[in-house]
Design a protein around this ligand. Sequence first.
Ligand SMILES: Nc1nc2c(ncn2[C@@H]2O[C@H](COP(=O)(O)OP(=O)(O)OP(=O)(O)O)[C@@H](O)[C@H]2O)c(=O)[nH]1
Ligand SMILES: [Mg+2]
Length: 305
Amino acid sequence: MSKTLLGKLRSGLKKTRDRLTSGIVRVVTGKGKIDEELLEELEGTFLQTDMGVKMTSRLIESVREFAKTERRLDKDLLLQRLERDVAEALGPEPVLLNVSASPPTVILVVGVNGTGKTTTIAKLAKTFAEDGKKALVAACDTFRAAAIEQLAILAERAGASIVKHKHGADAAAVAFDAAEASTARGMDFLIIDTAGRLHTKVNLMEEIKKVQRVIAKKIPGAPHEVLLVLDATTGQNSLQQAKMFHDTLGLTGIVMAKLDGTAKGGILLAIRQELDIPIKFVGIGENLDDLEPFVPSDFAQALFT
Ligand SMILES: Nc1nc2c(ncn2[C@@H]2O[C@H](COP(=O)(O)OP(=O)(O)OP(=O)(O)O)[C@@H](O)[C@H]2O)c(=O)[nH]1
Ligand SMILES: [Mg+2]
């Protein structure tokens, strides 16, 4: 990743880095060796970032190993080691988008209320436009009163076209028209906005399944991506959200939005440890440029240095 992108990621992760790295430094400063008390304090620091019990145990184990081989407690060496551990735990770089050999590539975007779906769609549309690709967004959130207008404004700013019906229309009907329009107009991407819904509401989950079916019928292989947008400030409940959306829809990826707004960005590590769903993008601000591809090594680096 280029310096500027890493710099942006660094500023996006500032709150979490402050809590994590400054926390670690505070715990180890002035200490000569790693003992049980120090490990306990480190454990507390890790947990405070919402990285979860599994990830925390993994890191504490590594610090124990570190204590065995390093006679002196060097904080820089320790931070380096933890950064490496985190990069390792995050796994290989994901395939960012499963791009269809015969366009359009269809991306269905789902999630609970207010997580950042519509903003993420505009951010994606903008990166496509900057790549010289044609994107169309489908206003399938026909439920919230201002949703269609919000998407229309953002789409215009992002350089994407839009297919919309009236407020209260059938979401699947909008999806149908958007699928047709995107094929007819030779779009490279079709991105489908959906209404925020609780993962526990069966009838609302059925509604997205219907959208999914309509799209699959019109465009072979679609949707090529089903992205769940999570709000990083939500904490551990996002694990439950991810599980339930995955069970119903078969997610292909997660977008972790609003990482800039929280010191608990460790939730991304918890998600990686607990679920086998790739994290594909991270949202680090409200502007349309504030979406970054998720690169594990860069994320680890931005978290520690
Ligand atoms: N700081 C920050 N704010 C974000 C980010 N992504 C989205 N937001 C803000 O979060 C709020 C909700 O964003 P939306 O995109 O409307 O969320 P949504 O999931 O579409 O919401 P509903 O359609 O109502 O379910 C807006 O104020 C966005 O500007 C991000 O990465 N960082
Ligand atoms: Mg929305």
